[in-house]
Design a protein around this ligand. Structure first.
Ligand SMILES: O=C(O)CCC(=O)N[C@@H](C(=O)O)c1ccccc1
Length: 368
């Protein structure tokens, strides 16, 4: 394929309700979309970088800048363009995995649309729908949390994930167990909010039969997670620490985790995400698909990934209305606790022109 140009488009998506984690509150998503135009087809992708560098070091203005000045020119310089050539072309640049993931995914989407192939087939999906979990933020009170969880269970979500932080952990978990019983699939996500000194406190979560505790310690504290895994009976799952398939292999071999949250943006794209999946499957480690409050563009690709055989735990692949009143694609609607895997070529969805027009805050064309 020959790259003709790349559109960098920023859109503003208000959340239906504030989403609070241990590192801040999200009320609007400032999203960077990429549209790659080649001589064969167009491809779309969503960059999952947040507005500020609090989930990881990346943030959306930096992603846009590094794409404009370094990543797009490097890919455009390749004589023959295909998705598997993007990562090697970008290897010269350090980090910026979310920006790299967006560019690779847009090229992959164009390549697959041109060939009439779905992302699901390309990645090795084995299911035509995926079970969906939901992520529940930190709330102002336990009563507010219980109302939110009741609503999501009524909506059909098959797994509940609670955000936790020091001062909001054992009590909300106990309240959810007491209200909704022991059969609800329940897990917690700390987003690095604790230290190894909190091990004994975190062990107070063990009696609640959680599926996992996600990223309790700093993303660089792999050995700390290994030590914590020896103290807790709750399985430890890593998110922020797993930046590549090699990082996953190392963390598993060091005993730092027994479950992995796979996020394509965090690891540099869907091709590396499949490699993370394959490494985890080879080690007998279950994986599930994480989320970054994606619009339908990123959500479609995540649902395809979540249909791979090693994704044996429900992911954060919620319906569009979990976060957005109006999505920029046809909405993903929960059906019996599941979302259907897109069946159209590429990521399988494209933005609805009116919705895109109404949410766009800037657009820039990089001609090549
Ligand atoms: O359902 C979703 O898309 C969000 C799932 C979720 O909780 N994401 C968390 C995370 O740390 O995994 C997050 C929240 C806000 C910003 C970045 C990440």
């Amino acid at each position: 394929m020959k790259l003709q140009g790349v559109e960098l488009r920023r859109i503003r998506m208000p959340l239906v309700s504030p989403f609070r984690t241990s590192f801040g509150v999200e009320t609007n998503r400032d999203v960077l979309l990429l549209r790659v135009v080649t001589d064969d087809a167009e491809g779309w992708a969503e960059c999952v970088a947040m507005s500020d560098p609090r989930y990881s070091s990346e943030y959306v203005d930096a992603a846009e800048d590094v794409l404009r000045r370094f990543l797009v020119p490097a890919v455009a310089a390749r004589p023959a363009l295909d998705a598997h050539g993007v990562a090697p072309a970008l290897h010269q640049f350090k980090g910026h995995r979310m920006a790299k993931a967006a560019l690779e995914t847009a090229v992959l989407d164009a390549e697959l649309r041109a060939g009439g192939r779905t992302l699901a087939r390309e990645l090795g999906a084995v299911h035509d729908r995926v079970p969906c979990g939901v992520s529940v933020g930190i709330m102002a009170s336990v009563d507010e949390l219980l109302d939110a969880v009741a609503g999501y269970l009524d909506a059909g979500y098959v797994r509940i994930k609670l955000k936790i932080q020091p001062g909001w952990d054992v009590e909300p978990v106990r309240a959810v167990r007491e209200r909704f019983g022991d059969d609800v699939l329940l897990q917690v996500d700390a987003n690095t909010a604790y230290t190894l000194a909190d091990a004994r406190h975190l062990a107070r979560l063990d009696p609640f039969d959680l599926l996992l505790i996600e990223q309790p310690l700093d993303e660089e504290d792999v050995l700390g997670h290994a030590a914590l895994s020896r103290v807790l009976t709750t399985p430890v799952c890593l998110d922020e620490s797993i930046t590549s398939a090699k990082a996953a292999a190392d963390a598993i071999r060091l005993g730092a985790c027994s479950i992995v949250n796979v996020k394509p943006g965090r690891v540099g794209g869907y091709l590396e995400a499949k490699r993370v999946h394959d490494v985890c499957v080879a080690h007998g480690v279950p994986v599930w698909c994480g989320g970054m409050l994606e619009t339908g563009i990123g959500r479609a690709a995540n649902v395809a990934l979540a249909a791979l055989p090693g994704f044996t735990l429900p992911g954060d692949t919620s319906a569009s209305d979990r976060y957005y009143r109006t999505d920029i694609t046809e909405p993903f609607v929960l059906q019996d606790g599941h979302l259907p895997v897109p069946t159209e070529p590429g990521v399988g969805v494209t933005p609805v022109p009116d919705a895109l027009r109404e949410t766009t805050t800037s657009t820039e064309w990089l001609s090549l």
